[in-house]
Ligand binder design. Structure first.
Ligand code: DX5
Ligand code: ZN
Length: 217
């Protein structure tokens, strides 16, 4: 299994963003997780296209964009132009998930679907053959530094099992409340991509990245 760390800049020091991105990159992270919130799908507003454009071309990290916005299809082309490489969309936010996921692929991005903790896991099953990644939200979307919701572990397992049963090569990413303990729980359930905000950026980002990569070895 290929294990990947995806530091989430939601918890970064934005005045020092360039330096903080370099620290996690040099320490061995592979993705940079970018949380877009619109104040509608979730109560908070975070950051968007102009910030992503600044990052584009200034890092080798794969830009893993998580859209927490209503009707996300309105912005697919703009996110592609701004540098998104993996585009994650919420099953709850789309009117026509199959068509949206195909559009993401046609635009040259890697399609990824996600579901909030209260959404049944079966809701994403119809779309597994249209995605390269499923993101299992392990907190309610909308804020960093929340506690991992234990009942989500079964969803990680269910998605991994269903993908294997259907012979699909899918990454299972987890997002929310990942720390020294829950990273093991999620890994054992079948996750292989780990989003981490506060556990990395509220500490020394380089040291924390190295420590979590060691845990995954
Ligand atoms: C929450 C975001 C997360 C957030 C995770 O809605 O999707 O990516 O940054 O933060 P931590 O790792 O602090 O729970
Ligand atoms: Zn996220």
């Amino acid at each position: 299994m290929n294990y990947i760390l995806a530091p989430s800049i939601l918890s970064a020091d934005f005045l020092d963003l360039k330096n903080q991105i370099k620290q996690v990159e040099d320490a061995g992270a592979k993705y940079l997780h970018f949380d877009v919130m619109d104040g509608m799908f979730v109560p908070n507003i975070s950051f968007g296209i102009p910030v992503l454009e600044c990052i584009k071309g200034n890092t080798e990290l794969i830009l893993d964009v998580h859209l927490m916005i209503v009707d996300p299809e309105r912005y697919f082309e703009k996110f592609k132009e701004a540098g998104a490489q993996i585009l994650t969309v919420h099953v709850e936010a789309m009117k026509d998930p199959a068509s949206d996921l195909k559009k993401i692929k046609e635009l040259g991005m890697i399609p990824s679907i996600t579901l909030s903790p209260n959404t049944p896991v079966e809701d994403v099953f119809p779309y597994l053959d249209l995605v390269k990644q499923v993101l299992v939200m392990t907190v309610n979307p909308g804020a960093g530094a929340q506690h991992y919701i234990d009942k989500c572990t079964d969803k990680i397992r269910a998605i991994r099992q269903e993908a294997e049963r259907r012979g699909l090569d899918i990454d299972v990413e987890v997002d929310g409340g990942i720390n020294e303990e829950t990273i093991i729980t999620a890994k054992e359930a079948g996750a292989n991509v780990f989003v981490m905000g506060s556990s990395i950026f509220n500490h020394d980002p380089a040291k924390a990245t190295k420590m979590y990569l060691d845990i995954l070895k």
